[in-house]
Structure formats: C-alpha cells, structure tokens
Design a protein around this ligand. Structure first.
Ligand code: B1M
Length: 232
C-alpha cells in the first residue's frame, strides 16, 4: 500500500481509477474520493454511475469486511465520511434535472438506528427525480414522523433501518398511523439492508425498496397512480 503515494489519479484509466477509489474509500481517504469523483465527472460519467459504481461499489466491500470482523467501527466511520465527501459533490448534480416537482417525501432513519448513508442516497436520487424531500435524519421516534407528516403534508413517508433490532420499529410507526386514522393519507415506503419484501408486507408498508433506484421507481409509480385516481 505504501507505493500508493505515487499514484496520480488522473493518469489512471476508468477501471483502474474505480479500483483505486474502492481502496481509497476502504482507507477512508476523503480528499482522494472527492478527487476521483471530480475526475470521473470530467470524463463524462453520469453522477448516477459514479454513485452506484464507484461509491456504493466501494462501500459494499467495506460492508463485507465489517461483517467479517476485518474492519471495525472507527475505520467504517472514516469510510462513511469519505463516501459522504463524494456524495456532497454529486448531490446538486443529481438534483439538477430541471424536472417538475413530482411529489413530496418525508424520510428518516428509525429510532435506535444511526445509519444514514443509504437514506441519504435515497434522498438524493429522489431529489434528482424531481421529488421534494424533507430529511428527518437519524434515530427518529414515532413523534418525529407524525410532526413532520402534519407539518409537511407529503405524499410519501420513507423509513430506513439497517439493524435487525431497529427494523421492527417501522411497524410501530405504521401502527400509530393506523390508530390515528392517518395511514391512508400517505404512501409508506421502507428500505434498508436487512429488510425484504415479505417484511414490508408484514408490517403494512406499501412498498419495500431494495435500493435507491427502486425507491424512485416505486415513488413515481405511486404518484402517477394517485394522479390518475384524481383525474378519474
Ligand atoms: Co453498521 N451495521 N453498525 N455502521 N453498518 C451494518 C448495518 C451491519 C449489517 C454490518 C455487519 O455486521 N455486517 C450490522 C447490522 C447487523 C444486523 O443488524 N443484523 C451493523 C452493526 C451491527 C452496527 C453496530 C451495532 C456496530 C457496533 O456498534 N457494534 C452500530 C449500530 C449503531 C446504531 O445504529 N445504533 C453500527 C454503526 C455503524 C457506523 C456508525 C460505524 C456506520 C454508519 C455510518 C453512517 O451511516 N453515517 C456503519 C456502517 C457504515 C455499516 C455498513 C458497513 C454499511 C451501511 C451502508 O452505509 N451501506 C453496514 C453493512 C452493510 O449494510 N452491508 C452496517 C451503503 C448504503 C448505500 O446501503 O444502507 O443498505 P444501504 O441503503 C441502500 C438500501 O438498503 C436502500 O437504498 C439504499 C441505497 O441503494 N435503502 C432504502 C436504505 N434505506 C432506505 C429507505 C427507503 C428506501 C430504500 O425509504 C423509502
């Protein structure tokens, strides 16, 4: 790894650069990730491809080694910070679609859970697709969701959970909406690595989103159905 000091990112071809970005993300090198993102942009890569192929690809490797006990929380935090550096550059570009506002979403990570990279990615992609997004951040008790729904009147409520111990909290939020007679007012979309379709159905969500692209597709689909209903 010591000879990496001599690597000039701009001299690498695309494949080599993406490989190097995987290494840099792994090592938590934020400035190098930012430089890599800028180089790929200059080379005509779409922000979406940079996000999914270089950043999410790199984070997947970090995730595997975290799971296998090769990386620990401090290293993963550095990697997450480097990823956020790259995402900050891409965010305005993804949002810059000029698309008319398609709908509005309130999204947050549930109580007890501080993972926010996936949620942030979903927010960015939704904004890029023309949605207005109100991001409640992490560790949200049901009260936060209720307040935001009341204040923002969105079309969609999005919830994220990355831990098997926090995913059941999504049901607490949905059950509370049912109790308060609010469930039918919103489309509820859920996501996060430990979830699956079956879980989404079991807790009464309208949709489980495997990734950010699916979240955008589902959200658009629900919005067009809503408009058709209103028109019909
Ligand atoms: Co955590 N962590 N972590 N962690 N962490 C996981 C989730 C874990 C699977 C790692 C592992 O062991 N393999 C494991 C959970 C195991 C389990 O529950 N069965 C775990 C653990 C155990 C923990 C701690 C308990 C560790 C500890 O302290 N001992 C602790 C918990 C803290 C807490 O929340 N209370 C913890 C802490 C952390 C860090 C702080 C170090 C850091 C978070 C930094 C941050 O988010 N700012 C971290 C990270 C980075 C991870 C991994 C490595 C990566 C998560 C990530 O960002 N992925 C993760 C391993 C993994 O998932 N493979 C892990 C990239 C992201 C783009 O993907 O989040 O899946 P993802 O989002 C996707 C989709 O899921 C979907 O779209 C996104 C984009 O495509 N999606 C949605 C997500 N949310 C959505 C919402 C929607 C729609 C789609 O709404 C509409």
């Amino acid at each position: 790894m010591s000879d990496e000091e001599d690597i000039v990112l701009s001299e690498l071809n695309d494949d080599e650069l993406v490989e190097q970005m995987f290494d840099d993300l792994y090592d938590g090198l934020k400035e190098e990730i930012e430089e890599g993102v800028n180089i790929l942009l200059e080379r005509g890569w779409t922000p979406y491809d940079i996000l999914t192929k270089a950043l999410v690809g790199g984070m997947t490797i970090v995730g595997h080694d975290f799971r296998d006990g090769i990386l620990f929380v401090p290293e993963v935090l550095l990697a997450a910070n480097a990823m956020k550096g790259g995402m900050t550059i891409l965010k305005p570009l993804l949002a810059e679609t000029g698309a008319p506002r398609v709908g509005k979403m309130v999204i947050g990570t549930v109580k007890g859970d501080i993972h926010d990279i996936g949620k942030n990615l979903v927010s960015m992609m939704m904004e890029g697709a023309g949605f207005e997004v109100v991001d409640l951040g992490i560790n949200n008790p049901v009260e936060n969701y209720l307040e935001a729904l009341e204040a923002e009147q969105p079309d969609i409520l999005g919830m994220s959970a990355l831990l098997t111990t926090t995913m059941p909290y999504m049901k607490v939020v949905i059950d509370t909406l049912v109790e308060q007679g609010l469930r039918e007012e919103y489309v509820v979309l859920v996501g996060g690595a430990p979830l699956n379709e079956e879980f989404g159905k079991a807790i009464g969500a309208d949709g489980y989103c495997r990734d950010a692209a699916v979240a955008v597709e589902m959200a658009k689909d629900f919005m067009s159905r809503k408009h058709n209903q209103l028109a019909g």
